[in-house]
Design a protein. Structure first.
Length: 359
């Protein structure tokens, strides 16, 4: 059996790391990198830190509009599939790379396995939401991180191939947090004390492509105290275009994007995290760091229910309020599984419907 793993963006790389290790214990793997993310800080560093094998193919697609980028990926992936003839195409999350890989496979009648299936924000204006829905409806193996994800699929009449595996991001976090605590020097380099700063990230199109929302977020971040802001390259360009960059850079500590180990340590030691990232919401929950989500909705309802995450949109008053107010919370549950999601996924691929579905 041969599995083709298709990745291209930072969140894909993190999810690939534990799954690829499990695949290579039992199955041949081909890694296809679309090149959706290509800066060292958003790409190569993750392969190095997480021990991911070098891609067998690199399409070098780069940035572009959603349609053009997805179309170029689709063409390139299809050519590789025709050459490699994989038995299964494995896609991760909700990026344009995810959609292109799933569509290319489905058109060639190659079974699709979707890691992180069943997530829904119910906001069709999000490109990621469109990608999730389309990928799930052409997948044969739907690996759900939570029971809520399974329920979402059932509401869309998707029943076959659905399994609860837990979340692969818990797998890699448990593997890496102790390594980060031992080896990362990011706290010393930035002269930070535990719980002495806020950590912020902004990259979603709903925020970066809306001048009013982005300006509100900037105003809030520059007023709440000591903020560390690893800045996504696309976000920086938008800030510069809107003449917000200089003001932001004066009032908070803007840094380049950091690797996975450094980011884990920054997340664990932050007083609170302010973000529009889906993955960071989960990591905050797993690390017991309160999270303020600068979006109007989220896929991760469990983090809201347990009082570790609050939705504030781009309302600067709400962002400031929750940044300063104490957030009451209860002990996080194991809603994301037990840290063995990668193993469960490969067992399900090798022996469909044989693996234990209960977490």
């Amino acid at each position: 059996m041969k599995i083709a793993s298709i990745v291209g963006a930072r969140p894909n790389f993190i999810k690939l790391a534990p799954v690829s290790r499990e695949i290579r214990r039992k199955i041949d793997e081909v890694i296809i990198h679309t090149g959706q993310h290509y800066d060292y800080e958003m790409d190569r560093i993750f392969f190095q830190e997480l021990g991911i094998p070098d891609p067998d193919y690199h399409l070098g697609i780069g940035s572009g509009t959603h349609g053009r980028q997805t179309g170029d990926m689709l063409k390139g992936i299809e050519e590789i599939f025709l050459k490699e003839r994989p038995d299964i195409a494995l896609v991760f999350g909700d990026t344009n790379t995810t959609l292109a890989g799933a569509l290319a496979a489905a058109k060639l009648h190659i079974p699709v396995a979707h890691v992180e299936a069943g997530l829904r924000s119910f906001n069709k204006k999000m490109p990621e939401e469109v990608n999730r829905v389309l990928v799930d409806h052409c997948s044969d193996f739907l690996f759900c991180p939570t029971k809520t994800a399974v329920q979402n699929l059932h509401k869309e009449s998707i029943f076959e191939g659905v399994s609860i595996t837990g979340d692969v991001m818990l797998d890699i976090l448990q593997d890496c947090i102790h390594i980060a605590e031992k080896n990362s020097k990011i706290m010393e380099l930035l002269d930070l004390q535990p719980k002495g700063y806020f950590l912020a990230t902004v990259h979603r199109a709903e925020n970066t492509d809306d001048p009013e929302r982005l300006e509100n977020i900037v105003e809030a971040l520059t007023s709440i105290g000591k903020v560390i802001f690893p800045c996504h390259p696309r976000t920086r360009k938008r800030l510069e275009d809107l003449h917000l960059w200089e003001e932001l850079n004066k009032k908070i500590q803007v840094i380049m994007p950091v690797g996975y180990l450094d980011m884990l340590l920054l997340e664990k030691n932050a007083q609170k995290i302010l973000t529009d990232s889906g993955g960071i919401q989960k990591e905050a929950y797993m690390l017991k760091t309160p999270c303020i989500t600068m979006r109007d909705d989220t896929e991760w309802l469990e983090t809201l229910e347990d009082g570790w995450n609050f939705l504030v949109g781009a309302d600067k008053n709400k962002i400031t309020k929750y940044a300063h107010e104490y957030i009451s919370k209860k002990e996080p549950r194991n809603v994301f599984g037990l840290g063995d999601a990668s193993q469960r996924m490969i067992e399900e691929i090798l022996c469909p419907n044989k693996s234990d579905q209960i977490i």
